[in-house]
Design a binder for this molecule. Sequence first.
Ligand code: DON
Length: 317
Amino acid sequence: MGSSAIPVEQESGSQFLAYLQQLHRTYSSLQEGVVASYIPEIARADPDWFAICAVTVDGRLFQVGDDEQLFTIQSISKPFVYGLALEDHGRDYVLTRVGVEPTGDPFNSIIKLDESSKRPLNPMVNAGAIATASLIKGSDPTERLNRMLAMFRRYVGHDVFVDMSVFVSERTTGHRNRAMAYLMLNFGMIDAHVEQVLDLYFQQCSVMVNCRDLALMAATLANNGVNPHTKERALEEHYVRDLLSVMYTCGMYDYSGEWAYNVGLPAKSGITGGIIAVVPGVMGIAVFSPRLQSQGNSLRGIRVCQDLSEHFGLHVF
Ligand code: DON
């Protein structure tokens, strides 16, 4: 397929939707990949759920498939909470607690935590995301949770809620995350109240969204931090670049290099099967399909984004 115009023009909208519908038909038959099972509650997902959505920076929504199916956001929360931490403390301080280097390791790896600086390498892997959650300001756990939910609200344009079953499921089984949090406490990378920090991290992962919400969140980043539907600013403008940079280099875990090479867009995946990709100045894309490849990214999501990038020439280089 040759390269087509990016769908910002009104008249090309129906062609763009037709292309998304075609991708949805093509990849519905892709039966490879498995639903994540290490958190009991998320193992209950239907492997055949599949949605593709896009929101342009002028607010036009394109949707195909199970776009209203709710699921927990999981790791896609990480760049957004990182944005809140940057707003709370500024770049210099946040950099003392979490770096911006890709790990090349699985998202839940503990190995590099015990190396020289004792600082988690980036905010997209679990260790870095837990350190980031510890930076969210608030006088008590309720205020910190409410500030985080208010942040998500600015991106999706409506109230969001935590799925209690998933939260409790992960809280009672997330021993590896708990181990990393206590190791970071030992290094002084996170302060006291480790269990409260872990609760906030598990809560941010258990925020319920659908594919449309994710596309709007991505579109808000594409639109320099302003929600294209509500026109509300969700993130201070000078931090948008920071989020997109860590998403570009680290957002797909140990698949980030291949993704950057082939798709060429800042992106973030989550273990429940969501992927967001940001086309700066143009649109946000979201795909939801719980069938995962070996690094924990949605298999159909990768294929859809690859095709979209190729077809519309979206690679940033
Ligand atoms: O901490 C965890 O393992 C999960 N709450 C989130 C992991 C995740 O989404 C990784 N994504 N591919």
